[in-house]
Design a protein around this ligand. Structure first.
Ligand SMILES: Cc1cc2nc3c(=O)[nH]c(=O)nc-3n(C[C@H](O)[C@H](O)[C@H](O)COP(=O)(O)OP(=O)(O)OC[C@H]3O[C@@H](n4cnc5c(N)ncnc54)[C@H](O)[C@@H]3O)c2cc1C
Length: 137
């Protein structure tokens, strides 16, 4: 997106919620995206059902977290991610069909977020530790 390589499309919440509002960015909140932003109408980047849901959700959340829908807040688009659609099979000891290889976390298909990746890592680490031979001192 954007009008220069790798800039991100951005819009103030005020401009997004009220399409008649000026699109010029407010000086109050400066975007921190390192490659810079290109100000635009984010409706050009989002499918209507996503844009409509955001128009409904931002003021609703603002009633609980005041400032969330501040007109000067900056929305930067578009974050898109998905978890691995495939899963590397592992046995009861968490190993793959390659002995000593322990697939875990998101890329292997066992997690879809920070917590599930962390917990899966712990389970695999425990399995590895339980297999370690105790060397008498
Ligand atoms: C933009 C974005 C936003 C997200 N927001 C959230 C959120 O708000 N909440 C949430 O719960 N989750 C969020 N997630 C998902 C979450 O970040 C991941 O699910 C989680 O980090 C996966 O952890 P992981 O340890 O399985 O994989 P990773 O964190 O990807 O770790 C894999 C590691 O392996 C290293 N690696 C890769 N190949 C090799 C190699 N050949 N040799 C050595 N090292 C290698 C990589 O450098 C990396 O450090 C977000 C993800 C993205 C991309």
């Amino acid at each position: 997106g954007g009008n220069a390589p790798y800039t991100a499309p951005a819009q103030t919440v005020g401009g997004f919620l009220d399409s008649t509002a000026p699109t010029a960015p407010s000086a109050a909140v400066r975007p921190t995206y390192p490659r810079g932003v290109a100000w635009c109408d984010l409706r050009d980047c989002l499918p209507p059902f996503v844009a409509d849901a955001l128009v409904e959700a931002l003021p609703a959340l603002d009633r609980k977290l005041h400032g969330f829908a501040s007109p000067e807040a900056v929305m930067t688009a578009v974050e898109a991610r998905s978890s691995s659609p495939v899963r590397v099979e592992r046995d009861g000891g968490f190993q793959s069909n390659i002995a000593g290889l322990y697939p875990c976390g998101e890329g292997a298909g066992y997690a879809g977020g920070i917590m599930s990746a962390a917990v899966d890592g712990l389970r695999v680490a425990e399995a590895i530790v339980s297999e370690c031979e105790v060397i008498p001192s």
